[in-house]
Design a protein around this ligand. Sequence first.
Ligand SMILES: C[S@@+](CC[C@H](N)C(=O)[O-])C[C@H]1O[C@@H](n2cnc3c(N)ncnc32)[C@H](O)[C@@H]1O
Length: 363
Amino acid sequence: MPGTAGARRSTRTRPPLKAATHPCHISARVHSLRSVRPSPSASRAPTPREPSRGTAGPTGSVLDVLSPRGPRFAHVVFADVALRARPVDHVPRHEPAPPRTEPARLAVDAWEFIDWLFRRAGLDAAVYRWDTLARRLPSCLRALGSETYDEARRLVERHPRLLDTALETLVVGVTGFFRDSFVFAVLADRVLPALADAGRGLNVWSVGCSDGRELYSVAMLLDEHDLLERSYLVGTDCRSAAVAQARAGLFDEDALADVPAETAARYFERVASGWRVARPLRDAMRWWVGDALRLPEIGAWDVILCRNLAIYLYPDAADRLWRRLAGALRVGGFLVTGKAERPRHADGLVNVAPCTYRRARRW
Ligand SMILES: C[S@@+](CC[C@H](N)C(=O)[O-])C[C@H]1O[C@@H](n2cnc3c(N)ncnc32)[C@H](O)[C@@H]1O
């Protein structure tokens, strides 16, 4: 796919972005940040409690997960389990069943609501860490202005655009231009120079791109390295509203807070509703809505950024994602992760810098 797009792009003309003197604003900025290193604890992968998936069916369906024997609800006492555990002949017929405990009822309601939401968005909620989802549920209800899951569900059914509002609170869309600037220093100083030696444009994929700030930041670096024009950049995310915003390239003043003034002046234009990314950058991008865990195998990428998505997944799903991304890289290509993420079991990846892995061989 990158190949065909490259052919398409070669026919495109775009105005040059660079000033004659090429002041290299971004490199100057990332140089000053080069001493910033992630703390050792930041580079350690989180070790969430991984439930045994042995009891989940192959589809990871809601029924599998909701089973009282299911791993997600090990901490919950289900009323029917409590009843079964009690020897039947010790229960007088007239004794009322013990009330279903409030926490158990809430957990089931919450899970059913989340599972329903995610299915509507084409996602599998069972791969996301339950503790994070549960923690974020109140914000989800608040964002929808609902007090109950039933009311929230009815609202989303009536106004499908609210699906994205709900989803954003649960899967977390936080992002930023040049977020974790040391990562961009590594990209500018090590990754792009290494890849530029090939003398061709680069194929770059931002997985879980949110509203596009990450990929636009990379595009600015590519332009600094004279690589943008020949490169093919793709951003994908599961939230269609985020992808629509990325495609529009429209941001408010706050979003530009971390962009140096010269860079902002060079790559953004003032419009009535805020700031718009310059057209040559927007033209170099393709944006798609899709589930990172189900996207078809596509390659061969020079750089894949998958940052701050896998931390929200159970380790087995994260492993699956890392393996697929590693397989979609060209030999010699780079995978860039979030600060708290470390691909496990992705054979052939060599850690070459903080948050940066290089595919060393074919497998
Ligand atoms: C915390 S943001 C990170 C954005 C950007 N990569 C960064 O680090 O600044 C995580 C993004 O991953 C997206 N996401 C979560 N699960 C996804 C999935 N299964 N497929 C595609 N995108 C997903 C979310 O919608 C969100 O935009």
